[in-house]
Design a protein around this ligand. Structure first.
Ligand SMILES: [Zn+2]
Length: 352
């Protein structure tokens, strides 16, 4: 080594210059490397776009097993499949398939953990109701009724090249939340969730007509980063008439289209609670399903040319917003903080 140094001594000034250049570059890049850490600590402004999901970063930190490790494996659940068969699964296997099916695995680890706890809470709430919804089963695999479910093989097909990475993330979400649920007055809650809002969730009472204290409206930080956050749905006046009178034959659409919509009432979150169309009053949810809207957060207008709905968000807007959970996780919030934010007054703990 020393001999080489001696031999190369004529190039020393060049090497010093190169070293200086590298140091300069490092100093220039240093603030950029530190920036994500700093951003995580800042308070949300509501205007700042959420950082994109970082799939691998949280996985570099060591896993912290749940205080009630092994609980999921020791509990069983009866799952009604689409073909009418009832399958008995460990809670661990069931929740793996629900998390894989219900939330993009590219999401932040803390969001996936919040999703796992919500899914566990939801199915234990249903199980406590002992077949009220499905005789002979605790839950079904239909997302419009209970929760979606994918087998590991189905999930791997959807994930493609990321399958190994995403499966490891879901394993970790289960390990770190094993047996944990959201409790209100010591009981698992009806932990409903949905995709995204326009910036605020809704009270259960304004959407479903039932007051549920832990399902109260809260601000939700998602926005432009949500795919299909704002959508426009258009009908010709003829198609609209056919569809609406098919469901409500008593509707009077003989007046000019400009007068079809009346009294569109929105809650504080912007979700339509009631709207009158052609003299027929219906709920935002009824309008949503009849016209195939992604959410009941909409405004509408009719002219001689077209009937148009402008829609924001996706889902019923009650409980936990999945994109909101991901945005909160991106701001450094833990799964407990996310769950306690969306489910008012709950405690995240093992089953009593
Ligand atoms: Zn069901």
């Amino acid at each position: 080594m020393i001999r080489q140094e001696t031999r190369r001594s004529p190039t020393w000034p060049l090497r010093a210059a190169a070293l200086g250049l590298v140091l300069l570059l490092f100093l220039f890049l240093l603030p950029l490397l530190l920036l994500p850490e700093e951003r995580r600590g800042t308070e949300k402004t509501g205007q700042e776009p959420s950082p994109l999901p970082t799939a691998t970063l949280p996985l570099m930190e060591p896993a912290v097993a749940s205080p009630v490790s092994g609980w999921d494996q020791g509990n069983a659940l009866r799952l009604l499949r689409g073909d009418g068969q009832v399958e008995e699964l460990t809670l661990r296997d069931y929740l793996w398939g629900v998390t894989a099916a219900e939330m993009p695995a590219s999401f932040q680890l803390e969001a996936l953990k919040a999703q796992t706890v919500a899914a566990r809470t939801y199915c234990l709430y249903q199980r406590a109701g002992a077949g009220e919804k499905h005789p002979g089963a605790d839950v079904c695999d239909d997302y419009t009724c209970c929760q979606a479910y994918l087998t590991p093989e189905q999930a791997a097909v959807g994930w493609g090249a990321e399958a190994e990475n995403y499966a490891a993330k879901i394993n970790r979400a289960l390990l770190e939340t094993d047996g944990l649920v959201c409790l209100y007055e010591g009981k698992p809650i009806d932990a409903v969730f949905f995709s995204s809002t326009a910036g605020r969730t809704s009270d259960a009472v304004s959407v479903w007509g039932t007051e549920i204290p832990y399902l109260s409206a809260v601000d939700s930080p998602e926005g432009e980063e949500v795919p299909g956050w704002q959508t426009v749905v258009t009908f010709s006046p003829e198609d609209f008439t056919t569809r609406f009178q098919g469901a409500y034959p008593e509707a009077d659409l003989t007046v000019p289209p400009q007068d079809w919509f009346r009294d569109l009432v929105q809650d504080d979150s912007g979700v339509v609670t009631t709207v009158t169309i052609g003299g027929v009053s219906l709920s935002g949810g009824q309008a949503r399903s009849l016209f195939g809207l992604r959410s009941a957060h909409f405004t509408a207008a009719a002219t001689e040319e077209a009937v148009t709905f402008w829609v924001t968000g996706y889902g019923h807007a009650v409980g936990m917003s999945q994109y909101g959970a991901n945005a909160m996780a991106g701001e450094g919030k833990s799964f407990q903080e996310i769950l306690e934010w969306y489910y008012t007054g709950v405690e995240v703990a093992g089953m009593p």
